[in-house]
Write a protein that binds this ligand. Structure first.
Ligand code: ASP
Length: 435
């Protein structure tokens, strides 16, 4: 049964309404105590707060079961370890490549537009940013000593490692392995259907999240930082509309317009939640059911991407580093610029895609090139909105790489990819067909 409006349209309508009404509500705040109470306490701090939180929780609750189940299925049907190695190599290689392109573009444009020249340094914002862990620690932390703890804490890379090992063992266990595999395949169907069910909440959740944001946070902060803001947005658009389409058509020989068309719903989820992790169930479902990426590739590359590949975040870091250097009147040498590229690319490996984590990564980059970490206070005012936009780019990058890798591994169903009529919300039946 088709719904008169697909889920994407419903979310889009919810988003536009929320932005208009939320911005309108912001203008009304402070005019009358009664209006303030209704808007601030009952709606923004009450009803919409609850709906928004529940929406994000329902998405997050799916992440661990989905990644585990789906990746065990994927790894169990991958065949040889060699195949997995090749898949891993291609995926990680492309992730690093797209991130390096993103940050290079970002710094190029930032050096051109000079957003930090003449910036006002008297920001009063407080920063308390945790420093990230060392690279060695990040590497060690990838391996779980207790898979249940890893799942309880949602440590994505540890879950990935555990699921891969389990999947490989299933693959080598003869008849018992076959039974377990079948069992996981069944679970996969059930969990994907749960995603479908909970996604129906999306229009309400998106409305609540965005209304709250726009009612609370005016757009005034953007004015002072307009050049910084515009530079980040411009490079985000270039990455989404030129770099990924280029990658898809040159390396994947796939139609980038179809890809972007089918990514809209995922991007809206990412924009509203500002979290690649919370969006992961939607990204995976979309990739498998609408982009035609086989479970073997999607279940591996997308969870990895949500943690490892944050091109939008890298873009913010590139522009922000140049901005802060200019604001403090510090010259960055060519070596510094290369250090920024390397650090920003590597920093993303150990940090999960959750709201605001980009600033933690930025503090690592700033420390690496000797810039004051307090500089983050200058840009924090517009970070939430940029976080939403860069998260949309992050998930687009994950899906683009997944499609290209799937195509090169002959794991992409091009009939599905090219069929623009497949809807995200109406395909419960499709998930019951185990491949
Ligand atoms: N919110 C981003 C994500 O989840 C990370 C960040 O840039 O802060 O992908």
């Amino acid at each position: 049964m088709k719904h008169p409006h697909g889920l994407t349209q419903q979310i889009l309508i919810a988003m536009v309404l929320a932005i208009i009404l939320g911005a309108g509500a912001q203008l009304l705040l402070g005019l009358n105590p009664w209006v303030d109470e209704v808007l601030d306490e009952w709606l923004v701090g009450g009803l919409f707060f609850i709906v928004g939180k529940i929406f994000v929780a329902t998405l997050k609750l799916l992440v661990v079961p989905l990644v585990l189940v789906s990746l065990v299925c994927g790894a169990a049907s991958l065949g040889s370890g060699k195949q997995l190695g090749r898949l891993g190599g291609k995926t990680v290689g492309l992730y690093l490549f797209t991130t390096a392109v993103a940050i290079s573009l970002a710094m190029g444009f930032a050096l051109l537009f000079e957003p930090g020249v003449g910036a006002n340094l008297s920001s009063t914002a407080q920063v308390s940013i945790n420093q990230g862990s060392s690279f060695a620690q990040v590497m060690v932390d990838i391996f779980p000593s207790n898979p249940i703890a890893a799942m309880a804490e949602g440590k994505m890379l540890q879950i990935i490692v555990f699921a891969l090992l389990l999947g490989m063992a299933v693959n080598h266990s003869g008849k018992p392995g076959e039974r377990i595999r079948q069992n996981f395949e069944d679970w996969n169907v059930v969990v994907l259907n749960l995603v479908t069910m909970l996604m129906k909440l999306a229009p309400y959740g998106v409305f609540a999240l965005l209304f709250t944001l726009f009612a609370r946070q005016g757009l005034s902060a953007i004015e002072e930082l307009s050049v910084y803001f515009a530079t980040v947005v411009l490079v985000l658009l270039l990455q989404a509309l030129l770099v990924y389409p280029g990658l898809l058509s040159v390396l994947g020989r796939l139609n980038p317009m179809t890809f972007l068309f089918k990514m809209r719903a995922v991007q809206l989820f990412a924009f509203s939640t500002a979290s690649s992790n919370a969006t992961l169930p939607v990204t995976m479902k979309n990739a498998e059911q609408r982009l035609g990426v086989d479970n073997r590739v999607a279940s591996f590359s997308l969870p990895l991407g949500a943690t490892l590949n944050m091109d939008g975040t890298a873009i913010m870091q590139g522009v922000a580093t140049v901005f802060i250097a200019q604001a403090y009147g510090i010259d960055l040498s060519a070596v510094d610029l290369l250090t920024v590229i390397a650090t920003a690319t590597l920093a993303s490996i150990g940090t999960a895609g959750v709201p605001g984590v980009g600033l933690v990564m930025l503090s690592m980059v700033l420390t690496q090139v000797g810039l004051p970490v307090e500089g983050i206070a200058l840009i924090i005012g517009v970070d939430r909105l940029l976080d939403m936009m860069r998260t949309a780019v992050n998930v687009t990058g994950d899906a683009a790489v997944s499609c290209v890798v799937a195509k090169s591994e002959k794991q992409l169903d091009e009939r599905v990819f090219n069929d623009r009529n497949i809807q995200l919300s109406d395909d419960v039946a499709a998930t019951t067909e185990v491949k």
